[in-house]
Design a protein around this ligand. Sequence first.
Ligand SMILES: Cc1ncc(COP(=O)(O)O)c(C=O)c1O
Length: 369
Amino acid sequence: MHYFKKSLEQLKERGRYRSLTLSEGIDLTSNDYLGFRDHPKLREAALRAIESGIDLGSGGSRLLRGNHSAHEELEAFSAEFFGYERSLYFVTGFQANYALFTTLLTRHDVVLYDSLIHASVKDGIHAGHAKGVKVEHNDLNAYEDALKRFRDEAQQIFIAVESLYSMDGDFAPLQELYDLAQKYDAILIVDEAHATGVWGESGKGCAESLPRENLMTLHTCGKALGIAGGLVCASGNIIDTLINTARPFIYSTAPPPLQAVLVREAFRLVQSEEGKERRQRLHSICNNVKSQMGGAGSQIVPIILGEDSHAVFVASALQKAGFDIRAIRPPTVPEGSARLRLSLNADLDKEALDQFFVHLMPYLQDQAA
Ligand SMILES: Cc1ncc(COP(=O)(O)O)c(C=O)c1O
């Protein structure tokens, strides 16, 4: 017991202690990019489903009694929507990534992964059997060098990237990565967690226009879609392999059917005129912020402050001024790059954002001085 107390104290000394807080103030933190999580249409869908007697829990693993028509309907829809043969719904995006990387990649395989890839992918690779090779963030030459180096030793070679990076807010060069994957007969796995619903012609993500051959995408449902879960979209053989061998899928209770009903409804919203308008509103907020702060123009804007304790100090001052923005510290981001992660959403009004920048600027000027 003494050990835990001591290591918590060390975290406090290093400015890395974290605790749970309830949300307060203007939302500049959540991943609810389109404002769906309290949308009346989703509430109505929940009430309708409950009134029609939907089971509240699934009752078991999908392979036993836990499979429900709501899961199957969501999977059939999302396979078609994202343009794949099949899709599989997991209770969270983390579980989906973990299942994918621990199951599909064998000890004869190599996976090249971006240095800024999400923890769920890193953990899956770490726990799996394939050789993992970290590649410099978004560096196409480094990807090509690694493909040349490892192609012959690997039975299958995979490239794992995010389409929109969760902490840096920049986009992967997906077309170029896809071309490289084709050239070296590799399989590209794209985590669309932060792009689903927001980017692509119709909110299908940044990989929307890529051919589906040798491509797999992961779409989380707890961010712009406002609910929870993760959809793996791939060929029928890959989905059947996951159903037959993915331990996080087999040995875990299926998502509540209501969760699947609500995700399906969220997709209806994404496809609706309102969904399109919300996407456009968010894009225009992104463009305005880009003109002030620079960056990639996505809804995730990193404000790098360096020292952990400084990031915590600035976050806390902004929270006191009424803005819900949090400090992001290592190991979530690399050492020395503690930051605020400004997360934009379609409901933000201009005045609130202007006020936020008025409050933020003195800290940035201090830094520049
Ligand atoms: C890039 C990325 N992938 C996967 C996940 C995991 O998704 P979920 O929150 O649904 O578990 C996240 C969540 O933070 C993420 O940012």
